[in-house]
Structure formats: C-alpha cells, structure tokens
Design a protein around this ligand. Structure first.
Ligand code: ADP
Length: 260
C-alpha cells in the first residue's frame, strides 16, 4: 500500500480527506491532533506501520510494516448521532465484521472493541473523543486489522490469541487498500442507521459468547462471572450474573474471556 494506490482505492467514497504515512507513531494521535485542528467529518489517517500504536489504557497495538491496516477515522457527530455516541464502537465493529464477511470469513465481535476470526483476535478498535468543554467535537475511530500473517504479534506479547485474514483465508488476501475501502464504504452506509433497532440487532447478532458463560475482566477488580445475554439499548453488555440478576456492563476498560 502506498498513498497512490490508497487514493485510487478510496476514490468514490465521500470521506473528508486523507493523511497517509509510511510510518507513524499512532494514527489515533495524528487524528486527534487533526480533529483539534478543524479536520472535516470523515477525515482519515492511514499508516503502513505504527511505531507506538495504542490499545486501551497503556496497552500497545502492534502494526509492523507491509502487513496490516492501521486507520483512524474522524467523525463529527451530527445531531442525530449525538444520542447514540455509545453505539459508535458497534458501528466500527459491525463494519469490520461485515467487511470480513464479504471475504467469506465468519467474524464475531468480542464486545466491546475486538473482532475475532475462529476465536482469535484479528482486529481491534480504539475510540477516543475530542471535547471542547462539555461538548463532544469529534470522535476518532482507530482500527487495527491484521491482514497478512506477519501482522500477528508473537505469542509472548499477547494476552489473547491473535490471527490474520491471511491465516484464516489460507490464501493471499485482497490488497489492504481494497479491504479498507470496503470497510469505510460500509461504515459510511451504516452510520445513519446507528440509532435504529435494526442496527442494535445486527450488532447483537454478531457478538461472540452470546448465551455462554464469560468472565468480565475489569482492571484490579475481581472478574465477574456470568452469561452473556446480548446488548442493552446503549450498547452495554447485558449479562446474567452468578446470582441470576440481569446486569449491564458498561463500555469501559473491560475485557471478555470465555469461561467454559
Ligand atoms: P484487550 O484486548 O486486552 O482488552 P486492548 O483492546 O486495549 O486490550 O488491545 C491491546 C492488546 O491487544 C495488547 O495488550 C495486545 O495483547 C493485543 N495486541 C496488540 N497488537 C495486536 C495485534 N496486531 N493483533 C492482535 N492483538 C494485538
């Protein structure tokens, strides 16, 4: 992927501008700075390699050169998106899952921010917000997708198994620029529907671990055990806890693990 092939692949999508880097620290950092400097809606930062790609908290996201998609998309929320900002992570997750579906891969969403193929992590999402006082000016949707085998970090770096599109397809994947173009097209299509029941249902039906026992890991707190039921209207995870009570786990720094 280079700037030229990327621009060609993205031609026809109505995104708000492109900043492409052969190598960068973090595409989200660049997008946050651009958003604070008046980036238009749907402005996009793409890098071939990230040297300090970020996950949530202080975790790292690895993007070796020539092998992965590292992209950060800036959204300027219009009034109809504002009541549904907590669903934006689902917008990214569903767009990624459906794009992988278009490659005949059956992706599942590990709520809240990871995409799985065959139970292994193929993509991660990092949403960050830009505020002016109390008003949310922009959201940055960071997406990292392992396309080629060599994007997959060594096992000792991981707390959850990882895979790539190439590993699961068992053949050469399409060019990264093509995959990214499909993904952005789908995300742009889905965005006006984020507030709808159909959107919530599609997101919910893509979830991994539904109807199964999971552990919810959350920082220093002891893990919570329960059955993953589905989604609440705000995109929280509905669970039945060990006492049989229905509880909602809010999007935050939580990680799911299968418990069976
Ligand atoms: P978690 O998955 O633990 O909830 P994050 O969503 O913040 O945490 O993702 C960061 C974590 O993802 C890292 O700590 C690392 O274990 C893992 N990781 C980093 N790079 C990759 C990658 N390219 N593919 C799969 N997993 C990765």
């Amino acid at each position: 992927m280079n700037e030229f092939t990327l621009k060609q692949a993205l031609a026809g999508l109505r995104f708000g501008g492109l900043r492409y880097f052969d190598s960068i620290g973090s595409t989200n950092d660049e997008a946050l700075a651009w958003a604070a400097d008046n980036a238009p809606d749907l402005a996009l930062v793409v890098a071939d390699e990230q040297n300090s790609g970020r996950g949530r908290l202080n975790r790292k996201w690895l993007t070796p050169p020539g092998s992965a998609i590292a992209a950060s998309l800036i959204l300027r929320p219009e009034d109809d998106l504002r009541p549904h900002l907590s669903r934006v992570v689902g917008l990214a997750a569903l767009a990624i899952a459906e794009t992988l579906g278009g490659l005949n891969l059956s992706a599942q969403i590990k709520w809240p921010n990871d995409i799985l193929l065959g139970g292994k992590k193929v993509a991660g999402i990092l949403i960050e917000n830009v505020w002016t006082g109390e008003r949310l000016d922009a959201l940055v949707i960071g997406m990292g997708i392992n396309v080629r085998k060599r994007a997959v970090p060594p096992a000792e770096f991981l707390t959850f198994p990882a895979t790539s599109i190439e590993d699961e397809l068992k053949t050469s994947p399409p060019a990264r620029a093509e995959i990214l173009s499909k993904l952005l097209g789908r995300l742009i299509e889905l965005r006006p529907r984020v507030g709808s029941d159909e959107f919530l249902e599609a997101w919910e039906s893509g979830l991994a671990f539904r109807g199964r026992q999971v552990q919810v890991l959350s920082g220093a707190e002891s893990p919570m055990l329960g059955e993953a039921l589905g989604l609440a209207a705000d995109g929280s995870l509905r669970m039945k806890n060990a006492r049989g009570e229905i509880v909602a786990v809010r999007f935050g720094d939580v990680s799911l693990r299968g418990a069976e």
